[in-house]
Unconditional design. Structure first.
Length: 326
């Protein structure tokens, strides 16, 4: 169980904007509560997959002295908008306090480096346990229960939550898959032979063949620091990948919607955000968030092509899920 020195006291949650049930004062809760600080971003697939457990711990243990605090640290600039975070919190069923850490003040105070990251603070204000990334849900819940029993030795606590997904159960295997692929020039990896023209429109050629771990643009795009923005209808993105699920963070232009056609190689299963018009698959991008493109039963190698029907689509990052039930 990851633990750190009992002399390390949790910093205050200062410097952000509370959008739900705040503020929460760490010193004010000493002797009264146990605090779970969860750093997350509403577009981060790994964060999203942990949220059902975090919400479940809040429901289970709030009456026993647990205070869950979601610290929303934005990965992309659009995720600084409080209304978008509030909408996501409602969609994911998050009922605990949430603070916008747009300037990373809380992130820096905790010396954090990861999405998601959880820090468990005991009733004396000390950081007693941490976990980065997905998984270890039962271990984390047992750490929460241990801290709650220190607060109230007579507390009656339930068994840990059963795994919510088959891939969270013992025996699931996490394979090596395509790493996260960004579509801005700051961190992107593009396979187009002419490279990337920064911050100005350019007509890209996709001559093929495609190499895994690269994205390929076709048509007129403007590649900015965080994202690639379609400049004309029909602009396309192609890639090869190895994964179980494929997701893409996308955003439409302000007060508009963009429909994106998707072509998936072979018999792979379309993701939840793909809807069909006859035999053609489409994703309707109506707000900035993560969209599910492919959702297979196992890890496979495949390829896809996305084609924006309107100008103004912003594409930020592909993420790939690696765990499957054997």
């Amino acid at each position: 169980m990851p633990q750190i020195s009992e002399t390390i006291y949790a910093p205050e949650l200062d410097g952000g904007q509370w959008i739900q049930h705040g503020p929460v004062g760490m010193k004010a809760l000493r002797g009264k509560a146990v605090v779970l600080v969860d750093f997350w971003d509403y577009t981060c697939v790994n964060c999203i997959r942990t949220l059902p457990y975090v919400a479940g711990w809040h429901r289970r243990y709030a009456d026993s002295g647990l205070v869950v605090v979601g610290v929303h640290a934005p990965e992309f600039s659009f995720a600084r908008e409080g209304s978008q975070v509030a909408e996501a919190a409602a969609r994911f069923g998050l009922e605990y306090p949430i603070v916008l850490d747009n300037e990373y003040a809380i992130w820096r105070a905790y010396s954090n480096r990861f999405w998601p990251a959880k820090y468990l603070v005991d009733s004396k204000g000390r950081i007693r346990y941490y976990h980065f990334g997905e998984g270890s849900y039962q271990e984390t819940e047992l750490a929460i229960q241990g801290a709650l029993r220190e607060l109230n030795p007579s507390a009656s606590l339930p068994p840990p939550i059963e795994p919510m997904r088959d891939m969270d159960r013992p025996g699931a295997v996490c394979y090596r898959v395509t790493p996260e692929l960004y579509l801005g020039h700051a961190r992107g990896q593009f396979g187009n032979p002419e490279g990337v023209m920064r911050d100005r429109p350019h007509d890209y050629r996709d001559l093929g063949p495609h190499v895994e771990g690269m994205t390929y643009l076709a048509g007129r795009w403007r590649v900015e620091s965080e994202s690639a923005i379609s400049e004309v209808p029909g602009a396309a993105i192609s890639l090869r990948y190895t994964a179980r699920d494929v997701n893409l963070v996308m955003a439409p232009p302000a007060d508009a919607t963009v429909r994106v056609e998707i072509k998936i190689e072979g018999s792979q299963k379309p993701g939840d955000d793909v809807k069909f018009d006859g035999d053609r698959g489409f994703i309707t991008v109506d707000r900035p968030r993560m969209y599910s493109l492919v959702a297979n039963e196992s890890v496979v190698s495949g390829s896809l092509v996305l084609r924006a029907e309107q100008a103004g689509l912003s594409a930020y990052a592909f993420t790939f899920i690696s765990c499957a039930v054997t």
